[in-house]
Write a protein that binds this ligand. Structure first.
Ligand SMILES: Cc1cc2nc3c(=O)[nH]c(=O)nc-3n(C[C@H](O)[C@H](O)[C@H](O)COP(=O)(O)OP(=O)(O)OC[C@H]3O[C@@H](n4cnc5c(N)ncnc54)[C@H](O)[C@@H]3O)c2cc1C
Length: 391
């Protein structure tokens, strides 16, 4: 493997600003050991999943997680915060079959159950709301998608509800959307809060280091891991969960088509603005149109809008690009949500903008999962994973 040349950076603000775990201190870099059984590169959901499962299966193993930036500031903490049970827009899943969808549903609900148990058992308080999700259509031509989705859900025997017109407007506080399919099993979360919170629940045998980029991994009887701060450690197995940055290690080539997507929040709506949301519970919707806007009305009374994509060939973005994205999101509040009737959308949008920079890495999986004896197996990220037989 080669030296990493591009490291994750933090651009824009994020959900982390609103997390009660923002100030949580993980281990200081002086505590970095010289030898570990497992080194996990990347502190996103992938890294968390590997660390928690390994710690459970091998409580005697020494495990270290290295995250280049702050945990919660990477893609896992910057997405739109939908922890979905049913796959997004069945019809858009390319070649996915009924069996694939059913498998994803089982996998998603299994993971939600596991996360819920960890959160309940550890007693941490996270911004996590089991309020379901709407698939919303503002144009009649998109209604077909709702039909296709409901047919799939009928087949899978998954409960859903359809809302339209005034009934829908009453639930979400806007008449902008004409029809929606509601699936109650999705959770809406502050993703940085949940992720960071989960990392605090990892047991003693897992060392978590943030703002500690990994620069090089050399294979051998014991792998040698060099950190950007100059420290060297060895490990029996190294697991790389670096999202699109995996390519930087030379493990895989040209499997990503990274795109950035951008989001912004309003400040908390004031009493006057909240009049429009009287009796409305927090909600989130994805759009019927595949390139449509994702919107949330959050538990702390903000509107969140995510839209717009740009290719991220350099795996990063600029402050100028974020500036443009903020204007784009502002327009979405202006145009798309005008029906909400907030007095002045520009006033409504906080000057403190938050960027949601999520890099896409479709079809790349970290591991192999077994459900009902059938395995979902896509791409292995490096030799190390193959050696972990427990997955
Ligand atoms: C537009 C869009 C919207 C999405 N919305 C949602 C959603 O609502 N809900 C949802 O659950 N998912 C959503 N996702 C998907 C979700 O964000 C990803 O599936 C998830 O972040 C993947 O987790 P990961 O751990 O594999 O990778 P990442 O979250 O990318 O984590 C990898 C980590 O590795 C770190 N890293 C990289 N290089 C190094 C290095 N050299 N040294 C140390 N650390 C390093 C990075 O900083 C990063 O934190 C969305 C994706 C897209 C594209």
């Amino acid at each position: 493997m080669r030296d990493v040349k591009r490291f994750p950076t933090t651009t824009g603000l994020s959900w982390l600003e609103m997390s009660s775990f923002k100030e949580h201190l993980f281990k200081g870099h002086e505590k970095i050991g010289k030898e570990y059984d497992y080194v996990i590169v990347g502190g996103g959901y992938g890294g968390y999943g590997c660390a928690s499962r390994l710690a459970e299966l091998q409580p005697e193993a020494r495990i270290a997680v290295f995250e280049a930036i702050k945990i919660g500031n990477g893609d896992s903490g910057k997405n739109a915060g939908f922890i979905i049970d049913v796959p997004h827009n069945f019809g858009d899943q390319g070649n996915s079959t009924f069996e694939d969808n059913e498998m994803y549903y089982k996998l998603n609900t299994f993971i939600i159950g596991r996360m819920r148990k960890t959160i309940e058992d550890s007693g941490i308080k996270v911004d996590w709301d089991p309020c379901g999700k709407y698939l919303c259509c503002s144009e009649t031509k998109s209604f077909k998608l709702i039909e296709t989705e409901s047919e799939e859900l009928d087949q899978m025997k998954v409960h859903y509800e359809i809302y339209e017109g005034e009934e829908l407007a009453k639930r979400i506080g806007t008449r902008y959307y004409k029809k929606a399919l509601y699936t109650p099993g999705t959770l809406l979360v502050n993703p940085a809060d949940v992720l960071r919170g989960l990392y605090t629940t990892l047991p003693e045998n897992v060392d978590v280091f943030e703002e500690c980029p990994v620069m090089r991994i050399e294979e051998g009887t014991r792998a040698r891991v060099t950190l950007l701060n100059g420290k060297e450690i060895t490990a029996k197995t190294v697991i790389v969960t670096g999202g699109p940055f995996i390519e930087e290690f030379g493990i895989v080539k040209r499997v990503f088509c990274p795109v950035l997507s951008y989001g912004a929040f309003t400040r908390r709506l004031n009493d006057k603005e909240m009049k429009y949301f009287e009796g409305v519970k927090p909600w989130g919707c994805t759009a019927g149109h595949p390139a449509g806007t994702t919107v949330r009305f959050t538990t702390d009374n903000r509107l969140y809008v995510r839209n717009g994509f740009s290719y991220a060939t350099h795996l990063t973005t600029s402050h100028q690009r974020i500036r443009r994205a903020v204007d784009f999101c502002r327009n979405a509040v202006d145009d798309d949500l005008a029906a909400i009737g907030l007095m002045d959308p520009v006033e409504g949008l906080d000057q403190r903008r938050l960027s949601c920079a999520v890099l896409s890495h479709k079809r790349v999986y970290l591991a192999r999962f077994q459900i009902d004896g059938k395995s979902i197996q896509r791409l292995y990220a490096g030799k190390g994973l193959r050696n972990i037989s427990h997955f």
